[in-house]
Design a protein around this ligand. Sequence first.
Ligand code: SF4
Length: 231
Amino acid sequence: MKLYDAIINATRDAAGGAKRLPERPAWPDLGRSELVMQRDAAFELGGSGCPSVNYTCVTTSALPGGEGVFLLGRDLPELKKDTAFARIVVLQTEEISEDDEGHDMIRSMEYVRYHVFPTGYMVRVSSTSYEEQVRVSKEAVKRGINFAAVGAAYLEKYRAVKGVKAAQIVFITDEAVVKALQPNAKKVEDITKTLSHILDGLPTDCSHCTLKPVCDEVEGMKEMHLGRKKS
Ligand code: SF4
């Protein structure tokens, strides 16, 4: 499946300077949402009006550079104030099928997006604005939290999803790059929603389909849906 490949390529162009971080044990996951009070916060990623963006792309192609955690900009121990923030996830998966397994894979990937709870790292995701804010506690900074360990926590969860072969977690705190990536988020959301509708058995009548603008723009979407009907 190559529906997201144009956006994956645009992301790589914009964030091409991201460096692979050394492997670290996953930062402890609390297993539930944690309230970090403002008075206990060291800083916020995407806070104080700083730009932020979050999206997840899927491809069946191998990931150049392989699986891992990547960073463009300053790491958590270097941050002293609120900053711009992006968390981009690129997943290599098996071909997404039309049966229950295809549905489950998409659902599980969306679930992981909102269900990683690193201790002292309070994530607030806005599905309407495609932003992600993170309040990082002073205690977590004191204990040495960094993106390599937080990314490892995300990697563990994504690798547990059936059908996911490899994952890249890319953190960005470079404001210009975060801004450049922001327009991609809505396109990704449109692709994921359209794909979900197709997997739900949407009728193949393009002339009466509200999703046509997405299919006209995204290479492979129409072929995927109409091809499924023929088979
Ligand atoms: S291929 Fe046609 S029917 Fe299917 S989602 Fe796209 S526009 Fe709608």
